[in-house]
Design a binder for this molecule. Sequence first.
Ligand code: SAM
Ligand code: SF4
Length: 341
Amino acid sequence: RRGMVVDDATIPTDLVDQHGRRVSYVRLSVTERCDLACVYCMPPAGERAHARHAELLMPEEIARLARVFSGLGAERLRFTGGEPLCRRDLVSIVERSRESAPRLALAVTTNGTRLGALASPLSRAGLGSVNVSVDSLEPARFAEITRGGELAAVLDGVKAALSAGLEVKTNTVVLGERSLDEIPRIVEWAWSLGIVPRFIEVMPIGEAARLSPCDLVPAARIAERLAALARAEATPTRTGHGPARYLTATDGSSRKVGLIAATTQRFCGDCNRVRVTARGELRPCLARPEGRPLSALLRGGADDDELRDALSAVVRLKSEGHVLGCASGPHQAVGMSLVGG
Ligand code: SAM
Ligand code: SF4
C-alpha cells in the first residue's frame, strides 16, 4: 500500500486527503441514545426515533474497523454517541478493540452519569482516557441544561475515572452569560483534581440551531474570560490531537485550560479526523451530511483490502472546510448526537 518515510519509519498514506491532511483520529459513535437531553444537542425525551439494535455496529465489527484503521496509520479511536456508556456492551467493545488494535489509543467522551460503575471495568478493558461533559457545577443549572440530569452522579463518575487511573479532561459547552460567569469556578474545581478543563463554543447544528442568539457565545468572549484568570497566559497555543487550543498557567504549575472554537475560529486546516456514525456510516466531516455506509461492506463479506479502499476513498472526500458560521448550508442536515460529537 502507499506510504511515506518519516524518521526511518514508513507511515501509510492511505488516510491522507486531497488537501494534504493526514487522518490519524477516528471518532466512532456506538449509540444514538442518551440518558440526558442537553438543550443544545437532543430534543426532549421521546421526540426522536433511534436506530434499532440490529442497525448498530457490533463489537466485532468495531474491533475490525479499529484494526484496519490502525493498519492505515490511525493513532486514536474515541467512542462517543449519544451516550456511549448507555451501550451495555461498551466494555466488550473496548476490550475487543484493544485486542485487535493494540497500538490505538482508546478514549471515550461521556456525560459521566454511569462512570461511577463503569470507569474501573473500562480501564481494565484497555481504555486510556475519558472526556467528561460538565456544563455547570450548580445542580439546578446542570439539571436545566441536561433536562433533568443529576450533577452528583457525574461528579462521582469523574472521581471514579481518576481513581481508575484514566486520564480525565472535562468539556463545558458555554451557553450564555451564566456559563461565562461559571468559568473561574469550573477551572478551579478541575485544576484542584488535576484535570484539564475545556470550554466549547456552541456549534449551531442540529438542536443548537434553535437556541436563542444570546446563548451562542463567540469563542473570543470565552478566550477573554480564560485570559482574565490570573494564572493564564493570553495567547492560546494549539497542542495535542484535536481542535482545542490550550492556555497554560503562569504559576509554574503547567496547568492548562482548553478552548474549542469550531464556529468562529475554524480549525479545518489542521483537521485530522473522520467519524463513524452509530449506524456504521463513515463521515469525512462532522458538519456535512455525505458519507459511505460501512455496514454494508462489513456485513457483505468485504475483505480487508476492500475495506481499506473504502476508508481511503472517504478520506479523499474530506472538504477543505465547513461553513458553520453561515446561516444555511450542509451543516443544517446533521445532528451532533446522531453523527457522534
Ligand atoms: N454524551 C457524551 C457527552 O455528552 O460527552 C458524548 C456525545 S456528545 C454529542 C459529545 C460532545 O459534544 C459533548 O461534550 C457535548 O457537550 C458536545 N456538543 C453537543 N452538541 C454540541 C453543539 N451543538 N456545539 C458544541 N458542542 C456540542
Ligand atoms: Fe446526551 Fe451528550 Fe448530547 Fe448531552 S451532549 S444530550 S449527554 S449526547
